[in-house]
Write a protein that binds this ligand. Structure first.
Ligand code: ADP
Length: 429
């Protein structure tokens, strides 16, 4: 039995960056939140002191049976920790195919929880995703005309989510129309009862604004399972505050961690290239690693580690020049070039950790995955937002606590690297 207070809200997210997004929203709402990387092992449970836990899966495009199995395993872990409410997080563009996974996972979670009803609400007005009469809009157009109809893995050709979800589940799908949402939480609650009476198990819920999401959140207080994008989770912390189960604290607070700092960039995205250029333009130290040199057997890792030790804080980066990237890909193949860089950055991180480095700024989604694995990080406490979508995090479960920022390639302002390092040193400017 764990000595710490059980978390209140247990969340299952179908991808990593979506999980971080949700976790940041919960922190903003006043819940101390930990994000785990995959389903955590039992050892983590005893150190896990949080109001909300977000388990990040990689199940968005897995076969439905696999997504269901992993989500149920995550649910079981969260139930054993004592969570009282559960949230299934997916993309605000409802990324899925007729085979799933939103419908099958929701059905399986409802069944495992012995629940008969939940909502599905991907709306996220802050990011231009609104839902009206069951139709999802992206900015000013329908989802099916937003470019998402051409998505390689999950083409969204129909904006009517009642219809989309109906294809993914044998359960009757209903609609909580905007008319009810506009009247407030009590009207939404009555609509839930009506839909339940009609045998509906999952209801798409309209929302045009953050105020609507707060109304929905309030109406969902009594639902064991809520599903949606991170937007609708905005309304959940207030329920726990009303119940008196959520203490008023600075949810983003994290203890400082002393140690040396490095920036590792393996992303070739435009925003990262601009950040690399800005870093060098400001006169900071930078070391380029080249997949062709790694493939030739040169000790790129050793050289990079020595550079980072001598020039703190240094940037170790692998891109910046699109022609060089193309050349490496032509000679080595796209996959091998990528894998060599990821492995090298992982090894560099590990060797720097052994030399006392504790502050890591990482750019690139796949790169982040490789580095976090090399550093044996199992979970992250989510702190203050550095730039939209990129919070400061504190690692849990590894050999020693680390401060990390894991940035998807295109995120962050041009001066992100130095800003993130300042956050790590305790400054918030
Ligand atoms: P993003 O979040 O921008 O997509 P990722 O880290 O997910 O960034 O993906 C970038 C991929 O490109 C990684 O697999 C990385 O190893 C690879 N890569 C980085 N630098 C180079 C390079 N110079 N040549 C070829 N591939 C590279």
């Amino acid at each position: 039995m764990s000595a710490v207070k059980p978390p209140l809200l247990g969340c299952i997210a179908d991808d990593f960056t979506g999980a971080t997004d949700l976790a940041s929203i919960l922190v903003r709402g006043g819940m101390r939140t930990v994000q785990t990387i995959g389903i955590p092992d039992a050892a983590l449970a005893d150190t896990l002191d949080a109001d909300a836990v977000v388990i990040a899966l990689k199940s968005r495009t897995s076969p439905a049976a696999e997504a269901v199995r992993e989500s149920l395993e995550a649910l079981e872990w969260l139930r054993q920790r004592g969570c009282s409410q559960f949230f299934f997080k997916y993309c605000s563009t409802f990324d899925s195919t007729p085979a799933g996974n939103i419908g099958p996972v929701t059905d399986a979670l409802l069944q495992a929880l012995g629940s008969d009803f939940t909502i599905a609400c991907p709306a996220f007005p802050e990011n231009g995703r609104t839902l009206y009469r069951g139709h999802l809009f992206v900015q000013d157009g329908l989802l099916s005309e937003s470019g998402m109809e051409h998505h390689p893995l999950t083409p969204m050709k129909d904006a009517n989510l009642v219809r989309v979800l109906s294809q993914q589940t044998p359960s009757p799908v209903g609609l909580v129309r905007y008319d009810a949402v506009a009247q407030g939480a009590a009207a939404v609650g009555s609509r839930f009862d009506e839909l339940r009476g009609e045998g509906v198990r999952i209801a798409i819920a309209d929302a045009l604004s953050d105020a609507d999401l707060l109304t929905l959140g309030e109406a969902c207080a009594s639902l064991t399972l809520v599903t949606g994008g991170s937007g609708v989770a905005q309304g959940l912390p207030a329920n726990f505050k009303r119940l008196g189960t959520l203490r008023q604290v600075d949810a983003a607070h994290m203890d400082s961690v002393e140690g040396r700092a490095v920036v590792l960039a393996g992303s070739a995205s435009r925003a990262t290239n601009a950040q690399v250029a800005e870093w060098m333009h400001a006169g900071n130290a930078a070391f380029h690693i080249d997949p062709l040199a790694i493939a030739e057997g040169r000790d790129v890792v050793g050289d990079a580690v020595a550079f980072a030790e001598q020039h703190e804080p240094a940037l170790i980066y692998s891109t910046g020049n699109p022609d060089a990237v193309r050349q490496a890909q032509a000679e080595l193949g796209v996959e091998r070039a990528g894998a060599l860089v990821e492995e090298a950055l992982g090894n560099i991180a590990r060797r720097l950790f052994d030399k006392g480095f504790r502050h890591f700024v990482i750019a690139g989604g796949e790169t982040s995955g490789a580095v976090v694995k090399a550093l044996d990080v199992k979970a992250l406490r989510i702190g203050r937002m550095i730039d939209p979508g990129v919070p400061l995090t504190l690692s849990l479960g590894g050999e020693a606590p680390l401060l990390l920022t894991l940035k998807s390639g295109n995120f962050g302002a041009q001066d992100f690297f130095s800003k993130a390092l300042r956050f790590m040193q305790g400054a918030t400017a």
